[in-house]
Design a protein around this ligand. Structure first.
Ligand code: NDP
Length: 294
């Protein structure tokens, strides 16, 4: 039950029907007994600005943004935190007390937190090589919408060396150019040379859509990858991509993408509803069940 004092937030997307956010936030609202609601809002791109301005008019706490709104929202909000500044994209908006809209990109937190959590989890396998700090080198495969948040997160984690391999080299170059304030020396690797580039890597990240349900698998021989390297895939459907299966089989530590999805929702929930939500095994199970139902 929601009372007249209930706090309201939601997610804007076009389409929005695929979003798992209403289910996730609804789960936490119930779990923490919060008087509030989180609603899906189907907002056409041409209506994004009036829709965002309406949040404060209606007394709403804020919203998440999903495709295709993240870059457009960056240009509309009144203030940006450092994650939005670093990536040029906004996936979370908080309405401030004066009605101003503050934009954040919580995919940065989601990726970083998933990695931290994965690294804390003891593994019986080899491959414990990545620790926060200097001198570590990451290879990112992909330079699409999710990649800027990953680069920003790697900076937070203290990773000093980054290489990017993308099928369309110009897109990797544009990403390196945009992030050069944080990482002056991002190395661009030709897509066809990605296997050689695995040599000496501490962290391998798949940020392409290869391996996603319904898409071709990521074809990648891991022979040159050190066994001490950590392998993470931001895809969460399926949870165990071919890349992760091959990495596990040869003894590398692996981290799947579901935690990124769950953790990116935490800062928004805390700002709107006043409770720091936890990503428990229950949350992970629910997310998997909901994503299988879509
Ligand atoms: P984009 O569509 O923006 O980018 C897709 C990327 O995959 C590009 O780098 C593209 O290369 C590459 N790619 C696509 N097809 C091929 C191919 N046949 N061969 C080589 N490279 C290819 O997607 P996003 O960046 O938004 O998302 C990427 C994946 O990450 C998605 O599967 C998404 O579901 C997942 N994701 C997970 C999140 C989480 O919370 N766990 C958050 C965000 C995304 P090119 O530039 O050459 O086209």
């Amino acid at each position: 039950m929601i009372s007249g004092r209930g706090k309201i937030a939601g997610v804007m997307g076009w389409p929005v029907g695929h979003s798992l956010s209403p289910a996730l936030h609804g789960y936490w609202l119930e779990r923490y007994g919060i008087d509030g609601a989180y609603i899906p809002m189907a907002v056409r791109p041409e209506n994004l600005e009036p829709a965002l301005r309406t949040l404060s008019v209606l007394g709403m706490r804020g919203c998440n943004l999903t495709l295709p709104h993240k870059e457009a929202a960056f240009a509309i909000v009144d203030r940006h935190d450092e994650t939005a500044q670093a990536t040029g994209a906004v996936n979370t908006v908080v309405v401030e007390t004066n009605g101003a809209l503050m934009g954040m990109n919580t995919d940065v937190f989601g990726f970083a937190e998933n990695l931290r959590e994965g690294l804390r989890t003891p593994s019986p396998r080899r491959g414990e090589g990545l620790h926060e700090g200097e001198g570590k080198h990451a290879l990112i495969l992909g330079a699409g919408g999710a990649a800027p948040a990953i680069v920003a997160a790697l900076r937070q984690l203290g990773i000093k060396g980054i290489s990017i391999a993308n099928r369309t080299r110009e897109r990797a170059e544009a990403l390196a150019d945009r992030m050069k304030g944080d990482f002056p020396e991002i190395k661009i690797v030709d897509w066809k040379e990605r296997e050689e580039a695995l040599s000496g890597i501490d962290l391998l990240i798949n940020a392409t859509s290869l391996g996603l349900q319904g898409q071709p698998a990521l074809e990648l021989r891991l022979d040159a990858l050190p066994l001490s390297a950590v392998v993470t895939d931001i895809i969460y459907a399926p949870l165990q991509t071919k890349l992760l299966k091959v990495a596990v089989a040869r003894g590398n530590k692996t981290i799947d993408g579901l935690g990124m999805l769950a953790h990116q929702a935490r800062p928004g929930f805390a700002a709107w509803f006043g409770v720091e939500p936890e990503v428990t095994d229950g949350v992970r199970r629910q997310l998997l069940a909901w994503s299988a139902d879509r």
